[in-house]
Design a protein around this ligand. Sequence first.
Ligand code: PHE
Length: 331
Amino acid sequence: MDADAVAAEALVAVEAASSVAELDEARVRYLGRKSELKQALREVRDRETGMALNSARRRIEEAVAARQAGLERAELDRSLSEERTDITFPGEAQPRGHLHLITQVRREVEDIFLGMGYEVVEGREVETSHYLFDALNMPAGHPTRSPLHTFFLDDDVVLRTETSPAQIHAMEARKPPIYIVSLGRCYRRDTADATHYPIFHQVEGLAVDRGLTLADLKGTLLRLLRLLFGEEREARFATHFFPFTEPSIEAYVSCFLCDGTGCRVCRHSGWIEIGGAGMVDPNVLRFVGYDPEEVTGFAFGWGLERMAMLRHGLPDIRALWENDLRLLEQF
Ligand code: PHE
C-alpha cells in the first residue's frame, strides 16, 4: 500500500468531519484495528516500509487530535452562546414558608436557656399518675386528679396536664447540680375559648444545686423575660400556691405595650401575668431521694401560647390551632 496516499486521503476525511461522531468514524476507518494501515503495520517486514507506515499513522493521529480539539472548542462556543443564561433576568419568586409561631417561641426559649447553661430534655406526653400527681405532692383526692380536669387513658395512665413531671424524670435520671428545661404539649379538659385550649404547650424549668434561693429564680426569670420581651422589662412576683413548690409565686412582667402606664392588654394594671414558679417543695426533693438540707431547687412552668400571644398581640389562642395561613403568614 502507498502510505502517503492513505495519509493524504485520511487527512481530507479528518478535515471534512463536521462533528465528533463523524470524526470518530474517520478515526476508526483509518486508524482502527481493521484499517488498511493497521493491517499493513502488522504485516510489515522491512524497516523502510515500517517507518513510512508509522509516519503516516502519526500524521493521521495528530490530525485527528487537532480536529477533535477544534470541534470541541466550536461545540463549547456554540453552547456558551446558545445556552447562555441571563443572570440579570428577574427570577420567579418561590413562596417561602416559615415555622409556626409556637415552634418559633419554643426554639427561642430553648436557645435562651442553652445560653444560660441549661440542658433541653424530652418529657412524656403520656404519664402515669405517679409522675403527674404523687411525685408532685398531689396525693389521692387532690382536685386536679379528677377526670373533670385531666384526660385519663385508663385508671392510672393520663395525658399530662403540665410539664412538671419532667422535673421528676430529670431528678431521677441525674444527680445535682441539675439545670434543665423541658418543652412540649400538655392536655387539660378545658373548653376552648379566647385564652384556653385543651392542648397547649409549656416550658418547664428546673434547677437543683447547693444554695439556690428565690433570688436565683428571680434573676433567671427576669433574664428570660427581658430576652423575650425587651431589655427594659421589669419583673414582679406575687405569692401563689402550687403543690410542688414552696414558696410558690406567679411572675408578672411590666407591660411591653404601654410600658406600665396601663392599657387593654395588661387590663390597665401595667403588669402581665406570665406564669407560675417557686422553690421546689422539700417533699418533692425527698420523693426522689434528695436531701433538702443539702440541695435546694427552683422550678417554673410557663405557657408558650401565652408568650406568643403577648409578643404578637394575638387576641385569641384558637388562632394558633386553626392554621389559617392568612394569619400565620403575617409572622
Ligand atoms: N405546672 C404549673 C402549672 O401548670 C406551673 C409551675 C411549674 C409552677 C413549676 C411552679 C413550678 O400551672
